[in-house]
Every structure is written in structure tokens, then in C-alpha cells.
Design a protein around this ligand. Structure first.
Ligand code: HEC
Ligand code: HEC
Ligand code: HEC
Ligand code: HEC
Ligand code: HEC
Length: 382
């Protein structure tokens, strides 16, 4: 009898546990983490903003061929482990859906509308996942007087602040080496003090419609440019640097040229970001029949544990153990450089100084300056 009781109670307990489990199970299924909405769906109303985003780097953070090549290599070298590192910034939706293999369409959208507009807080102390997100009905943004039929809105000062960008544009790797320092470079610059944030330069206000007019007629005619661009845009680059021939000393056998290179428009070091970027100052001395040139390179150089220079972008994130050299130019800093040329035979001298931005095969010319020195001929004929 007692034994039967126990069997029954075990059975009942079992059934109870079964229901409890399935109940909890179904409840957790209902409470499944809300998923991100595709940028395609935002496009139905925010068409203009979508077009800008679609044609810029954030939407291409996975498709970008330079990234793809670097990623494949890191992936193979680490037996796949690299995915947890790279995807957190290049496909940040993976932070929530764990889709590090990019099986879902939504993860492949890269730095998507809904990712940014779901960020509630950025906590840089949490290095592996600095974003506090609230995904679902509410889209956060810079505006306070808006109303949408499609979703709730919430004004958030984070969208006017560099902190939002810092979650991806600042990174120290496991070996304690700062790979990306764009945010801290800005933070220590006069721009931070003056309240000029990343958005002020990279997302300027332009004429445009926040939503299609058939969705809602809106008085406000300006939107923030979502084609967030930099070195992939020549126009942006040309604002960054100024070069000026400050002085030319003629000596007995030598011509000394003093050139100033100013980081005039960049809110962080120039170049910033991943170390493959270089700035090259080229000073040329020409006469009708002679040519001489000298250059200075501004860059950050990283080494691996064995002291070898790392040349590939992908490798840098995981393997950089030391910054061995860094002479990049700070915001508003003017770097004075002296170049000594042996005096040419011909007296009709032209000196030019220019700065090239070098990134792989893409060479752009931010500034070109020529100083034709008619007077110098006189001075030299003494
Ligand atoms: C990298 C993060 C990021 C991504 C990706 C992004 N936004 Fe934004 N968005 C912002 C920031 C930051 C602002 C506010 C800028 C400011 O006020 O200076 C903003 C502003 C807005 C606004 C308010 C109007 C305006 O222009 O200020 C809307 C609407 C908006 N975004 C929609 C979208 C849509 C739709 C997409 C995708 C097609 C998108 N955003 C992608 C960061 C992002
Ligand atoms: C059915 C149309 C519709 C769709 C779809 C839609 N929105 Fe909106 N959204 C609006 C309207 C309307 C406003 C308010 C505009 C106003 O009043 O100026 C708005 C405002 C916003 C704002 C501004 C919030 C603020 O406080 O600054 C953001 C950000 C935003 N939407 C993001 C998104 C994102 C991200 C998606 C896709 C996941 C999306 N929207 C999909 C219609 C839509
Ligand atoms: C979730 C991560 C993430 C956030 C948040 C983010 N970015 Fe980016 N950003 C990236 C990645 C990844 C790339 C590189 C894409 C590529 O080239 O593969 C990038 C590229 C860029 C570029 C270079 C574009 C070019 O043309 O060279 C600029 C500028 C930029 N981001 C500015 C910003 C600003 C400003 C903000 C804040 C409003 C921001 N980002 C927020 C991840 C992010
Ligand atoms: C005063 C304007 C200004 C501010 C503020 C500013 N930037 Fe830039 N940024 C530029 C200019 C100009 C360039 C192009 C020259 C260069 O590479 O430095 C640039 C380049 C970049 C690049 C591109 C690197 C490349 O070569 O593709 C990234 C990424 C970037 N900025 C992100 C940011 C982030 C993140 C912030 C905020 C922490 C920020 N910027 C603040 C003006 C600014
Ligand atoms: C902390 C965020 C973060 C992590 C982690 C990260 N990236 Fe990036 N990556 C960026 C940002 C932001 C840029 C864009 C501009 C910059 O600052 O140079 C970028 C740019 C790049 C570029 C240059 C793309 C171009 O067209 O200019 C390559 C290549 C790249 N990353 C590869 C990788 C690989 C491979 C990994 C993993 C081993 C990785 N990244 C991990 C944020 C990150």
C-alpha cells in the first residue's frame, strides 16, 4: 500500500513536473528574445534615410570585399574562433541572436537601422558587449516631438553623442593593445570640449524627408545624413588636412624646405581607425631638367608577439601585441617637417608639397599645393 502510494506520488509528481516544464517551456517560447526588424521594412517609410544608409559602409560592413577577404583569412587561421570577435562589430545583430555564422538574412544587414535605433546605453567597460539594447516596439532617436504609426519613439541624447559610436569605434584587444582608438582620440581633443561629436561631422543635417510624404506630411525638412562616410569619400578627406610650405632657406649647397601639415578637419588622429591607413607627405623639387623628392609617412605600426610587423588588417585585431610606432597627427596639430635638398644646378626651381592618403591601392589627394618660386631664381643667381 505504502509502496503503491509512492509509485502514485512519483507518477503524479512526474506529471506535475511535466506540465510545469512544458508550461515554463511555452512561456519562455512566448518570451523569446524579440528579434530585430529588417532595414527593408524601415525603408517603406524612411525611404531617403534608407537610400543613404544602403550606399555607405555601415550597410556593407559584411559585404565589403576588403572586410570579406580579411575575415576569411582570420577565420581560417583561428579555426573559426575569429567570428566571435569580428562579428560583434561587423554584424552586431549577432550579439543578440548568436548567429555568428550569418545564417539569417537579418544578421547580414551589418550595422542596421534597428541595431543602432535599439541602443539604450553604451557601457565601454564591458569590452565584449558594450551595448545595452532594448529591441522591439520603441525606436530611439534624437527627436522629441515625433509620432509614428509604426512604432513607439523615445528621445535619447545618446544619439547626439559620440558614445553611441564608441561601442564599435574603440577597441583594445585581449593582449591589451589599442587597435581602434578613434573615440579616445576624439575624447582627448578640443572637439570633445567644444561639444562637437562624431555626428556633427559624419552625419550633417541635409535637406530631406524623414518619411515619405504619403505616410505623414511633416514640416521639418532636414534629416541627418546616414551615408556616414570618410576615406571612402574624397570630399570628406579633402576637409581633413592642410599642407603649407612655410619656409625655404637657401644655403651654400643646400635648400632647406619647411613644410607644415595640419590636421585641420578631422576630429581624431589622422589617419585614424585600423592601422593599414597612411598619410604621405611628399615634397618635390623640380627644375626644367632635374627632379628630387622626399617623403614622410604618418602611421601607426603594430607588431605581433615575435616582434614582426603586422601588415594585414584582420590579423591586427587578434594578434597585435605591441604598438611599435605611432606618429599620426592629432586634431588641430600642425607638424613641422624639414627637408634638405642638395642645390640643383638649374636655377629655375619649383617646389611642391602634397599629402596623399594611402590605403591599399586607393590613393587620394586631399591637398595639393604648388609654390612656384620666381624670386628664388634671383636669390640664387647672386
Ligand atoms: C550607426 C548607427 C545608425 C544607423 C545604422 C542608422 N541610424 Fe538613424 N540615426 C543615428 C543617429 C546617431 C541619429 C541622430 C543624428 C543626430 O541627431 O545628430 C539618427 C537619426 C535618425 C532619425 C531621425 C531623423 C534624423 O535624420 O535625425 C531617423 C528617422 C533614423 N535615424 C532612421 C534610421 C533608419 C531608417 C536607418 C536605416 C536605413 C538608420 N536610421 C540607420 C544612427 C544610426
Ligand atoms: C509605417 C511607417 C514607418 C515605418 C515602417 C518605420 N517608421 Fe520610423 N517613423 C515613422 C514616422 C511617421 C516617424 C515620425 C516622424 C515625425 O513625426 O517627424 C518615425 C520616427 C522614427 C524615428 C525618430 C525617433 C526619435 O525620437 O528621434 C526613428 C529613430 C525611427 N522612426 C526609426 C525607424 C526604424 C529603425 C524603423 C525600422 C525598424 C522604422 N522607423 C520603421 C514611420 C515609420
Ligand atoms: C555596431 C557597430 C558600429 C557602430 C555603433 C558604429 N559603427 Fe561606424 N563602422 C562600423 C564598422 C564595422 C565599419 C566598417 C565597415 C567596413 O568598411 O567594413 C564602420 C565604418 C565607419 C566609418 C568609415 C566609413 C568610410 O567610408 O570609410 C565611419 C566614418 C563611421 N563608421 C562612423 C560612425 C559614426 C559617426 C557612428 C556613430 C553615429 C558609428 N560609426 C557607429 C561599426 C559601427
Ligand atoms: C571635426 C570633424 C570630425 C569629428 C568630430 C569626427 N570625425 Fe571622423 N573623420 C573626419 C574627417 C575629415 C575624416 C577623414 C580623414 C581621416 O581619415 O581622418 C574622418 C575619418 C573618420 C574615419 C575613417 C577612417 C578611414 O580612413 O576610413 C572614421 C572611422 C571616423 N572618422 C569615425 C569617427 C568617430 C567614431 C568619431 C567620434 C568619436 C569621429 N569620427 C569624429 C571628421 C571628423
Ligand atoms: C570593436 C569593433 C570591431 C571589431 C572587433 C572588428 N572590427 Fe573591423 N572594423 C571596425 C571598424 C569601426 C572599422 C572601420 C573603420 C576604422 O576604424 O578603420 C573596421 C574596418 C575593418 C576593415 C577595413 C574595411 C575597409 O573597407 O576599410 C577590415 C578589413 C576589418 N575591419 C576586418 C576585421 C576583422 C577580420 C575582424 C576580426 C578579426 C574585425 N575587423 C574586428 C570595427 C571592428
Amino acid at each position: 500500500m505504502a509502496r503503491k502510494m509512492t509509485i502514485w506520488s512519483i507518477l503524479i509528481l512526474g506529471i506535475f513536473l511535466f506540465f510545469l516544464h512544458s508550461h515554463v517551456g511555452s512561456k519562455s517560447a512566448l518570451q523569446k528574445a524579440p528579434t530585430f526588424t529588417s532595414s527593408e521594412s524601415c525603408k517603406e517609410c524612411h525611404e531617403e534615410i534608407h537610400n543613404h544608409w544602403k550606399n555607405a559602409m555601415h550597410s556593407m560592413s559584411i559585404e565589403d570585399p576588403i572586410f570579406k577577404a580579411a575575415y576569411m583569412e582570420s577565420y581560417l587561421n583561428t579555426a573559426g574562433e575569429a567570428k566571435f570577435n569580428c562579428m560583434r562589430c561587423h554584424a552586431p545583430v549577432s550579439l543578440i541572436n548568436n548567429d555568428y555564422d550569418l545564417k539569417n538574412e537579418i544578421t547580414r544587414e551589418g550595422v542596421s537601422c534597428d541595431f543602432c535605433h535599439s541602443v539604450k546605453k553604451v557601457n565601454l567597460d564591458n569590452r565584449d558587449n558594450p551595448f545595452e539594447l532594448e529591441i522591439g516596439e520603441t525606436k530611439r532617436g534624437p527627436l522629441s516631438n515625433v509620432d509614428s504609426p509604426a512604432h513607439k519613439t523615445e528621445p535619447s541624447s545618446l544619439f547626439k553623442s559620440s558614445e553611441l559610436c564608441a561601442g564599435c569605434h574603440e577597441y583594445t584587444n585581449d593582449k591589451g593593445v589599442k587597435i581602434l582608438g578613434t573615440y579616445s582620440e576624439w575624447k582627448e581633443s578640443p572637439y570633445a570640449e567644444e561639444g562637437t561629436h562624431c555626428q556633427n561631422c559624419h552625419m550633417p543635417l541635409i535637406i530631406g524627408k524623414i518619411v515619405k510624404p504619403e505616410i505623414k506630411a511633416i514640416k521639418q525638412k532636414r534629416i541627418n545624413l546616414h551615408a556616414i562616410s570618410a576615406s571612402h569619400s574624397t570630399e570628406q578627406l579633402q576637409k581633413a588636412v592642410k599642407v603649407e610650405i612655410k619656409n625655404i632657406h637657401l644655403e651654400e649647397d643646400v635648400i632647406e624646405v619647411v613644410v607644415g601639415v595640419t590636421n585641420s578637419g578631422s576630429g581624431h588622429f589622422v589617419p585614424t581607425g585600423i592601422p593599414a591607413r597612411k598619410l604621405i607627405l611628399l615634397v618635390e623639387l623640380r627644375t626644367p631638367n632635374e627632379y628630387f623628392s622626399q617623403q614622410r609617412i604618418y602611421q601607426k605600426i603594430m607588431q605581433d608577439e615575435s616582434g614582426k610587423e603586422i601588415k594585414k588588417e584582420g590579423t591586427v585585431f587578434l594578434q597585435a601585441a605591441k604598438i611599435s610606432f605611432d606618429n599620426r597627427i592629432k586634431p588641430r596639430e600642425t607638424r613641422m617637417e624639414r627637408f634638405a635638398f642638395a642645390k640643383p644646378r638649374n636655377k629655375k626651381i619649383t617646389i611642391t608639397a602634397r599629402v596623399d592618403y594611402l590605403y591599399r591601392t586607393a590613393i587620394l589627394r586631399p591637398t595639393e599645393m604648388r609654390v612656384i618660386m620666381a624670386e628664388d631664381v634671383k636669390m640664387m643667381s647672386k
